[in-house]
Design a protein around this ligand. Structure first.
Ligand code: KIV
Ligand code: ZN
Length: 509
């Protein structure tokens, strides 16, 4: 019996980018889109072209460069928004417009101030307009899960009649539960006369932690497209995590008997790390499927069981999601050839210039650290994947601290490759002194919202990765950097956040 396909629409670059602090540059978005193509997603929702010129540029670039998946752009139910998607997707191999309009009573009354018949008319008009420009039209009744189900069915029937090929049922505020959400999909299947002319999609937010469960329940009730994001990124508590949906369907094929997906699961781990690196949003260690602890067994009984037979405590083989574990790979004496071969086995293909640069970083690290692990190599390569232009470059920092003196820091920052900015300042600790000194040198005022240091590998000489979340002029940005010296990693992460702010807000500082 041939299996029905579940289409995966990845919205990391649209809904996922709405995660507070997750600002991506156009080039970073392209890198993620290229990796999503390797992962095998069916549709990439690349952005919301009418929302900003940056979004339009990113969607256009992705449409031009990424040829395998359908490239989709989001639009409100207005001609201007649909025109912007059309413009952005003019070079796409296969283009889709995704039109949305809220239908729930709460949104109708308090946000849109429109009655049901006006909503219906606006939705149909927008879908007809879109259909004149696109073969592939998706429509979303926003906040569908809180919409009266008979009105929802009426809207769905009308937009399909107007030309929508996909109807997406969003649980916009993550309010539903698996039984209830599954029942909505079943109701639509049974009560919308033309439902077989469209694919039913779902888009479940995770406010109650039920996004993935709701999506899976929808599949069991007839949904054939799932919208999700890498690492579950998205507004508020996020969207359904792609990796969890995919591995649930694959692992429990006894339950999801009649369906299959295209995803190359061996690319999941790498995709997750790339998205985390570029957005600056760390993956929690106990995150299902791709968290650092997902395949770690702490208790002796579990370790013994896994050694005897992995299936005792492992329901997924780590290698099936591309998790390679920690192995010592290279050292100080390793040459360029071994380095480049090892990178290939880790799935990185670098240009000659990128390889040369990465090799210098590897040698510098090997001088400080005797054993280089896979994670160290990933950090070396991925740090360079973040292509934020270096408006500010750290030339030098020095900090004195102790338990009997006030910490004091000196920094020299080079602005735009030429101007030398230097300052010194005290602070509440060595890190605070450094951050305050950087602010003073550059002439800005950053408010530190979050600060974390994470050891990438084990041992005293482990590479430490610092991550800072800073608000500059009320714009939240994230910066990350790694070094064997955690103070240096922290200072570089702060400078990285400053560069990200300068890039995304075109600061004149
Ligand atoms: O959550 C939501 O309702 C959305 C729509 C635009 C589909 O993101
Ligand atoms: Zn959403």
């Amino acid at each position: 019996m041939s299996k029905e396909k579940i289409l995966i629409l990845d919205t990391t670059l649209r809904d996922g980018e709405q995660t507070p602090g997750a600002n991506l540059t156009v080039n970073e978005k392209l890198k993620i889109a290229v990796q999503l193509e390797t992962l095998g997603v069916d549709i990439i929702e690349a952005g919301f072209p009418h929302a900003s010129p940056g979004d339009l540029e990113a969607v256009s670039l992705i449409a031009k460069e990424v040829r395998q998946p359908i490239i989709c752009g989001l639009a409100r139910a207005t001609e201007k928004d649909i025109d912007s998607v059309f413009l952005a997707l003019k070079n796409a191999e296969r283009a889709r417009v995704h039109v949305f309009l809220a239908t729930s009573k709460i949104h109708r009354e308090f946000k849109l101030h429109k009655a049901k018949d006006e909503i219906l008319e606006t939705a149909v008009r927008a879908v007809r307009y879109a259909k004149n420009k696109f073969y592939d039209v998706e429509f979303s009744p926003e906040d569908a899960a809180r919409t009266e189900v008979d009105f929802l069915a009426k809207v769905v029937e009308a937009v399909i009649a107007a030309g929508a090929n996909t109807v997406n049922i969003p649980d916009t505020v993550g309010y539903s539960t698996p039984e209830e959400f599954g029942a909505i999909i079943k109701y639509l299947k049974e009560n919308v006369a033309n439902i077989d002319k469209a694919v039913i999609s779902v888009h479940c937010h995770n406010d109650l932690g039920l996004g993935v469960s709701n999506s899976l329940s929808a599949i069991l009730n007839g949904a054939r497209q799932v919208e999700c994001t890498i690492n579950g990124l998205g507004e508020r508590a996020g969207n359904s995590a792609l990796e969890e949906i995919v591995m649930s369907i694959k692992t429990r094929n006894d339950i999801f008997k009649g369906v299959d997906i295209n995803i190359n699961t061996k690319e999941l781990f790498k995709t997750s790390r790339l998205v985390s690196k570029l957005t600056g949003i760390l993956v929690q260690p106990n995150k299902a499927i791709i968290g650092d602890n997902a395949f770690r067994h702490e208790s002796g009984i579990h370790q013994d069981g896994v050694l005897k037979k992995p299936v005792t405590y492992e329901i997924i083989k780590p290698e099936d999601v591309g998790f390679k574990g920690t192995t010592i790979v290279l050292g100080k004496l390793s040459g360029r050839h071994a380095f480049s071969e090892k990178l290939k086995t880790l799935g990185y293909s670098l240009s000659t210039d990128e390889l040369n640069e990465a090799f210098i970083r590897f040698k510098n690290l090997a001088d400080k650290k005797s054993e280089i692990y896979d994670e160290d190599l990933a950090a070396i390569v991925e740090e360079k994947l973040s292509t934020i232009p270096e408006k500010y470059r750290l030339e030098m920092f020095q900090v004195t601290s102790g338990n009997t003196i006030a910490p004091v820091a000196d920094v020299i920052i080079i602005k735009d490759g030429k101007e030398k900015l230097s300052a010194n300042s005290t602070g509440d600790g060595p890190i605070d002194a450094c951050f305050k000194t950087i602010d003073k040198a550059v002439g800005c005022k950053g408010v530190l919202i979050d600060y974390k240091v994470n050891a990438l590998t084990s041992g005293k000489d482990a590479l430490g990765e610092a991550s800072v979340k800073v608000s500059f002029e009320n714009n939240i940005v994230i910066g990350r950097a790694s070094s064997t010296d955690v103070i240096e990693a922290s200072v570089l992460a702060y400078v990285n956040a400053l560069n990200r702010f300068a890039q995304t807000h075109n600061t004149k500082k």
